[in-house]
Design a protein around this ligand. Structure first.
Ligand code: GLU
Length: 377
């Protein structure tokens, strides 16, 4: 395994439909087993690995076609794609589950729709699900929930979905396993002088211009969505790799000099995210805090309920709220873990008192430090 891959602590691996599903034979089991062997090796050395896998529609089609359902070939209507996804997804996850079990690992299936990463409350919920599964040593297998997603509410491609997941869980690496071995200065099948880019330090307009829109029959993304994914992932502080899935053990193959394009993470990711939070326009309320909490925030800690003396406004979990210090000045902005009604119940309480009042499984933070931009004078 590449020593550089080993140095990452949380890795999201995106697998395209074309890599995983052969339209004649179904799942490429040997390839899948070799991928999972690499994943198991990474988890063994302590990395968290999250898989974002496409293939539900392609596999569902192939399974139905094999049964003589002619409607499953050619262009599918929306409900046919959704039905194909519902059939393919369960088979897909069963294959992952078995391959992981060979290494003593457990799969956790998570199906997301667009609102799960774009609406903050649902984003926090989805993030908690994924990180809890990771904490339990399971390997999340994520896909878009294609059996219910319709055009208006879908990501449409798993490249950007994988990037949103990477930024959601604070991954430090996103690997896109694709049918192409990286970014070229021009489409390589059209231009013999196209140059392979080994490293992309920043997503400039020139880099964007290199991405055509080409996509193969079963993958919705092309280089365009991969560059968009790179923008999302690198801004969130993750490196990103595009490499081809054309050989066994596609992750460990990177150590033997396998061709790939590496995108460098933004040098200032924390500030970017904090700027995004601090710039939130839709402020729904505020927490007034005491001097002890202010000191904790200055020291990089989360905002605990015990340090909150007043809750103002009417807000939901995930909404943007301001934090106001003892002298009445705004000292920060954050995404709240509690809605305003529950925040009022727990303010001023320590964790034991919160557990007594709200039950054992609730958070003691009103705002997690990752979701907070502190602006001390
Ligand atoms: N979510 C789709 C599937 O599993 C694939 C999307 C993509 O190819 O990027 O079939």
């Amino acid at each position: 395994m590449n020593s550089s891959l080993k140095s990452f602590s949380r890795i999201v691996v995106k697998i395209g439909s074309a890599s995983l599903v052969d339209q004649k034979t179904g799942i490429r089991h040997q390839w899948l087993r070799s991928l999972i062997q690499d994943v198991a090796e990474l988890t063994r050395i302590g990395s968290d690995v999250i898989i974002v896998s496409s293939g539900s529609i392609a596999l569902g089609r192939r399974m139905m076609t094999a049964k003589g359902i002619t409607a499953a070939t050619g262009n599918l209507s929306l409900e046919e794609s959704q039905a194909a996804a519902s059939i393919g997804q369960i088979a897909l996850c069963s294959a992952y589950s078995q391959a992981l079990a060979d290494h003593g690992l457990t799969a956790a299936q998570i199906l997301l729709t667009l609102g799960d990463t774009e609406e903050r409350r649902r984003y926090l919920n989805a993030r908690d699900t994924i990180t809890t599964a990771l904490k339990w040593g399971a390997v999340p297998i994520i896909n878009e929930n294609d059996s219910v997603a319709t055009a208006e509410i879908r990501y449409g491609d798993n490249d950007r979905l994988a990037a949103r997941v990477a930024s959601m869980v604070g991954a430090d690496l996103l690997v896109l396993l694709s049918d192409i071995d990286g970014l070229y200065s021009a489409p390589p099948h059209k231009d013999p002088n196209a140059k392979h880019m080994a490293v992309v330090p920043a997503i400039t307009p020139e880099i964007e211009a290199m991405a055509g829109a080409a996509a193969s029959e079963f993958s919705r993304g092309g280089m365009k969505t991969k560059i968009e994914a790179a923008r999302i992932a690198t801004a969130a502080g993750a490196a990103m790799i595009i490499t081809s899935a054309d050989q066994l053990n596609p992750l460990s193959a990177l150590s033997s000099g396998k061709k790939a394009t590496w995108f460098s993470p933004s040098p200032n990711p924390i500030n970017e995210r904090k700027r995004w939070i601090a710039g939130g326009l839709d402020v729904s309320g505020l927490y007034r805090i005491d001097a002890g909490a202010l000191k904790a925030l200055a020291g990089g800690k989360s905002l605990l309920a015990v340090g909150v003396v007043a809750v103002e406004g009417d807000f939901s979990r995930g909404d943007t709220v301001k934090i106001v210090g003892p002298d009445g000045r705004v000292v920060g902005t954050g995404l709240t873990e509690y809605d305003s009604a529950d925040a009022r119940k727990v303010m001023g309480l320590n964790s034991d008192q919160i557990a007594e009042r709200m039950g054992a499984n609730v958070r003691t933070e009103l705002i997690h430090r990752d979701d907070m931009a502190v602006e001390l004078p």
